[in-house]
Design a protein around this ligand. Structure first.
Ligand code: ATP
Ligand code: MG
Length: 433
């Protein structure tokens, strides 16, 4: 074990890329005599020329000492205390160096249950997940300290666990999903042993807390690299454990059954459409992501064969969606509201089969709370199948117009809509919520 880290000059990182508040926290801790660094994702991203999402700080100061130095600090967490330092609504997470976690007495069970001991910069680096996430940046002297070989891996574009991958994946199987996330987001190659360990430990994802898994999955779906992520999850066996129904739906990579291959192609195309949309700068809601992930499977079960027309299905779409998605509410603490919106926007896709024209009900539809999500989903379908753009634009235009409509105009449409409804009862079943 090295006594000193490899240290390199980091002056090539423009200082203006480091948030002022992060600099303030580190220099204040330093002036009070405590070792302190920027750590984790921000160092990795700065080295790669990417904009860090946030700036995390690790320090030798204990939570109580941090609290004494910063009046704007709040200590959070029960199991492992860390400080949130507030500058307006900007929060800097400042954690005390930890030591390597102790696992339970049972030697075969490596799952981390206690993560509570304070340690040194070195021990704190070693308990992190991947080498590229284990770098420490001293933003005062502009130096990077590397205890884990992360600098080489950043240079070479390699994702590798710190320490024995089999041990690290066993300790926390959610690291498998984190590996998928970083490898796809950064376009890094997963080092062979790390990959083998992912395959070996994927079945243990079953033991991980379902809400944490759902959170990772939702983030992957909105990441702009959902397609790569889900394919990689399938390849390492994580998808089969976490979402067996979707895994079976897309089948294996080289499946010979042409029907399965076709439906898998279509499934991936929709994810690709979501990625393209995210990369164009749009942010899908959780409900839209959820709908995208399950749409093809639900259409399949509902016998909706045409990709672009949602016509009246033989079965009730509402029930099909409920059957497949409601378990997530119970098991994974998916917010019921997200489920309800996802169900609704799937069930309402048939409304986009026609252009809105001058129809009062179509215009009123654009005023409903979930219309933007429903339209977003429709846009992704258009993108995936390369059709329907004119319809999409017509709806988008009606939506824009209706946003500006006066109260009187809306009242008038409501009356008209009601009158028409009485004369010609709708064939299609109304949404329940
Ligand atoms: P992102 O850009 O997605 O925020 P990140 O690397 O900052 O990526 P976070 O989830 O914010 O990831 O975690 C911050 C740091 O905490 C990581 O860089 C890593 O060093 C450490 N870490 C997070 N989760 C784990 C884990 N499950 N096991 C070990 N270390 C972890
Ligand atoms: Mg982060």
């Amino acid at each position: 074990m090295p006594k000193r880290p490899i240290t390199i000059d980091a002056k090539s990182i423009p200082k203006k890329r480091i948030h002022q508040d992060a600099l303030r926290v580190v220099s204040r801790l330093r002036r009070q005599g405590h070792e302190a660094y920027l750590v984790g994702g921000c160092v990795r991203d700065l080295l790669l020329g990417r904009r860090p999402k946030d700036f995390d700080i690790a320090t030798a100061a204990h939570p109580r000492q941090i609290r004494r130095i910063f009046r704007n600090a709040r200590i959070i967490g029960r199991r492992f205390k860390l400080a949130h330092i507030f500058y307006g609504d900007h929060i800097l997470e400042t954690a005390t160096f930890r030591s390597a976690p102790q696992s339970d007495d049972d030697e075969d069970d490596l799952l981390i249950t206690d993560d509570n001991d304070f340690g040194t910069a070195q021990s704190d680096a070693l308990r992190r997940d991947f080498t590229i996430n284990g770098l420490f940046l001293d933003p005062i002297d502009m130096e990077i300290h590397d205890w884990v070989g992360g600098l080489d891996d950043v240079d070479e574009g390699v994702l590798r666990t710190i320490g024995d991958p089999y041990v690290r994946m066993a300790e926390d199987p959610v690291r498998i999903l984190r590996a998928v996330k970083f490898a796809t987001r950064l376009g890094f190659r997963i080092e062979d042993d790390t990959w083998e360990a992912m395959l070996a430990h994927a079945p243990e994802l079953e033991r991980a807390a379902p809400p944490r898994i759902l959170e990772e999955i939702m983030r992957l779906s909105a990441s702009g690299t959902a397609l790569g992520s889900f394919r990689m999850m399938r390849a390492c066996g994580a998808l089969a454990v976490l979402l067996p129904e979707l895994d079976a739906f897309v089948g294996e990579r080289d499946v010979s059954d042409k029907d399965v291959r076709d439906r898998a192609d279509r499934y991936w195309r929709l994810l690709g459409a979501l990625d393209a949309d995210v990369q164009a700068g749009n942010e899908p809601s959780r409900a839209v992501c959820l709908a995208v992930l399950w749409l093809r499977l639900i259409e399949h079960h509902a016998g909706l064969v045409d990709n672009m027309l949602h016509q009246e299905p033989d079965v009730d779409l509402f029930d099909v969606v409920t059957e497949h998605l409601e378990p997530l509410v119970q098991d994974s603490r998916l917010p019921r509201r997200t489920f309800i919106i996802a169900r609704r926007i799937i069930a309402e896709q048939f409304r986009f089969d026609d252009v809105p024209g001058d129809d009062a009900r179509a215009k009123l539809f654009t005023l409903t709370e979930h219309f933007p999500d429903a339209l977003h989903l429709f846009k992704l379908r258009c993108r995936a199948w390369g059709q329907g753009w004119q319809r999409y634009e017509a709806w988008e235009q009606t939506y824009q117009e209706m946003e500006k409509a006066s109260d009187e105009e809306v009242q008038g449409l409501r009356k008209k809509g009601r009158r028409r409804k009485r004369r010609r009862p709708r064939k299609r079943r109304r949404s329940k919520t």
